[in-house]
Design a protein around this ligand. Structure first.
Ligand code: HAM
Length: 429
């Protein structure tokens, strides 16, 4: 065997773009998921799940070119099947609903918090494996369903501590930009798509680069006019569109419940399945003015399974962008361990007593760890502190004899005397 290889140490870092979750990281994720679950369930949504492996063809139909050509983790399994690690949940929920369409009763409110893989360039808030709350409403079309989905998304942000000024909800109606460009500039599909993509990133590219592309398609004069309209966010031509009227109605409806939204005719979403209202929520922090999450209406997706159409609307909210958003605003609670108390033994012969006491206390819904290290008591207390365990009790001969204890709160050093049956109450205070 090659000696060099033999001695090589394996990397401890995780694979590029994916995260390890040490207990404090896991606590943050659980905190965020807990809030997501609480609010989503309070709106009547029930949880579902599915495998992360899907046949590749599921995404080829309608997930959009960029996702399928550049971002999927796909491979051929040992049986020669093309398989993909799911990059998103929408095709999966459509598949499982189409599969039992006859047995399910609609409207149906389902949610899930799956992980998803996308081969993207890792950067702040964008990773190669993320978790995504998906909340979707099937079998209800129209403005009330669209409003519910946006209200739910907004309520989750509020539950996480966000203020109205921390985020902006932009909405659009799929297809209006295409129609406008086709009628205004008499363009074919290919040029329309190029123009839409260029408009979408006009703030990220230089004016020169913008004009280089648009001049070729619509000429210098119209290109300048288009850029002016984009900069001024003013497209008067749209005001007569029935879709814009619908969005205005939706905006009025939501404003009655204190939710403000901005109609943005240039908002695009990178999936081919959207058919109506789409929305995207942005961080208003000028240093992090990014999209946090988004969704929309997709009424035709079930057709790819040969099933009858069912109207659907939903959104996906990623853990990484939300965590980033919360961290910038100090909205993540300080970490404490899920272990409430550590029992430390003064001597190894006190360990069996500590173990019995732990057993009794656990039946009071306390999480108890017994320190088995046999180290000096000061060291044991330090360990509890480093592990963010809030309380310790030291067990020695005296405690064994009297069944009386000193509960030490590590944050303050304060000690409280207690009998066995008082411990749970003191710790839960
Ligand atoms: P999406 O906009 O591609 O939509 O993803 C939804 C959200 O997932 C994003 O806005 C972001 O919060 C998070 N996300 C996506 N990719 C990454 C990544 N690489 N790293 C971190 N977070 C990420 C969809 O996936 C649609 N299927 C959502 C939907 C559900 N539409 C209707 N129902």
């Amino acid at each position: 065997m090659n000696k060099k290889l033999d001695k090589r140490k394996l990397e401890t870092k995780p694979y590029k773009g994916v995260r390890d979750f040490y207990p404090p990281d896991m606590a943050i994720q659980n905190y965020i998921f807990g809030k997501m679950r609480k609010i989503t369930e309070s709106f009547g949504y029930v949880e579902y799940g599915a495998s992360i492996l899907e046949p590749t063809e599921l995404y080829e139909a309608k997930s959009g070119e960029e996702l399928i050509k550049e971002q999927t983790y796909s491979f051929i399994d040992r049986g020669g099947r093309n398989v993909t690690l799911r990059p998103e949940m929408t095709p999966t929920i459509a598949r499982i609903i189409a599969g039992k369409r006859q047995e399910l009763s609609f409207p149906l409110r389902w949610y899930s918090i799956p992980n998803a893989f996308r081969y993207e360039r890792p950067q702040r808030g964008r990773v190669r494996e993320h978790w995504q709350l998906n909340a979707d409403l099937f079998g209800a079309d129209g403005i009330d369903a669209d409003a519910e989905i946006i209200s739910l998304a907004e309520q989750i942000l509020k539950e996480l501590g966000a203020k109205n000024t921390d985020f902006e909800i932009k909405i659009n109606f799929i297809g209006i930009l295409t129609r406008y460009l086709k009628t205004e500039f008499k363009l074919d599909d290919k040029n329309t798509n190029t123009l839409i993509k260029t408009m979408d990133k006009y703030e990220k590219i230089s004016q020169e680069d913008f004009e280089k592309i648009t001049n070729d398609i619509i000429g210098k004069e119209k290109s300048a006019k288009l850029l002016k309209s984009l900069k001024e966010k003013n497209f008067e031509e749209f005001s007569s569109y029935k879709e814009i009227k619908y969005l205005e109605e939706l905006k009025n409806k939501l404003s009655k419940s204190g939710i403000s939204i901005t109609i943005s005719p240039f908002l695009t979403r990178g999936f081919d399945y959207y058919t109506g209202m789409v929305f995207e929520v942005y961080d208003t922090d000028t240093e992090n003015n990014r999209s946090l999450f988004g969704g929309g209406r997709y009424d035709n997706l079930l057709e790819i399974f040969g099933a009858k159409k069912i109207p659907a609307v939903g959104f996906g909210m990623g853990d990484a962008p939300i965590q980033n958003f919360l961290e910038r605003r100090n909205l993540i609670p300080k970490y404490t361990s899920s272990t409430n108390l550590m029992l430390c033994a003064l001597d190894s012969k006190n360990i069996p007593y500590a173990q019995n006491l732990a057993k009794e206390l656990r039946s009071n819904n306390l999480n108890i760890a017994v320190n088995l290290s046999n180290k000096k008591i000061g060291e044991q207390i330090k360990t509890a502190d480093k592990q963010n365990i809030p309380f310790v009790i030291c067990i020695g001969e005296k405690e064994e004899k009297t069944d009386k204890f000193k509960i030490k709160k590590l944050a303050t050093g304060e000690e409280t005397e207690a009998n066995k049956n008082e411990i749970a109450d003191i710790i839960k205070l």
